[in-house]
Design a protein around this ligand. Structure first.
Ligand code: ATP
Length: 200
């Protein structure tokens, strides 16, 4: 019988624009497999016929344009009717969870890293053996996201207001990476990686 492998699961989180994805790439460079949960969720929303059918039932035909998820439309509908967010999550999250489990089974590494924007806000910390929170100065984060997404200052600030503060996240985390300067952040990632592999 094939032995079931129990992975050490490390979550990496942080507010919008903190640099979760950027830092996760460093861990990939150290040979650690990374699951990008938000990216996979977006991909599944375009790929999965079941999700597509359910989202159209929830939001109407405008949910997709030419088979591609109409994110702006969904965002505007959720803004008007907040309950739609939890209904959408109830459709998408189980599929992402199943996809992640299949992915995790195939990995062979001292630990796996899961990049997720929201862990503490949804009280999901028990799913992880360790949690790393990436932080950066708020004004720096606002500037980064405005530049990356071509979005307005107000819209980035509204997202930040909806997320837990860095202080709240730090209290609940095992490790913190301060990402104001990339080189310093990479060094912190390397130290955490060394720490994790020597403790496993
Ligand atoms: P989101 O929650 O929006 O997905 P994130 O936390 O994953 O964001 P990244 O996408 O890694 O953040 O970074 C946001 C932007 O800031 C990217 O364009 C990235 O290249 C840039 N960035 C990340 N870290 C730094 C840094 N230390 N200095 C300058 N720019 C940075």
């Amino acid at each position: 019988m094939k032995e079931l492998q129990k992975h050490i699961i490390v979550g990496i989180t942080g507010g919008i624009g903190s640099g979760k994805t950027t830092i996760s790439k460093y861990f990939e460079g150290f040979g650690i497999p990374v699951y990008y949960a938000d990216l996979e969720a977006k991909a599944l929303m375009n790929r999965s016929k079941v999700i597509k059918r359910k989202l159209i039932a929830l939001f109407g035909d405008d949910a997709y344009i030419n088979n591609t998820l109409n994110r702006d439309y969904l965002r505007s509908q959720i803004f008007k009717e907040k309950k739609l967010l939890s209904k959408m999550n109830a459709i998408v999250h189980p599929k992402v969870g199943a996809h992640y489990k299949r992915w995790a089974k195939k990995q062979n590494a001292p630990y796996i890293l899961k990049e997720v924007a929201i862990i503490f806000e949804n009280n999901l910390q028990s799913q992880y053996d360790y949690i790393i929170t990436v932080i950066a100065d708020k004004e720096e984060r606002v500037k980064r996201v405005m530049q990356r997404d071509n979005s307005s200052r107000d819209s980035v600030k509204a997202i930040i207001r909806n997320q837990f503060s860095d202080q709240e996240k730090i209290k609940k985390s095992d490790f913190v990476i301060e990402n104001n300067d990339l080189e310093a952040a990479k060094l912190q990632a390397q130290i955490i990686h060394n720490n994790l592999i020597s403790n496993i």
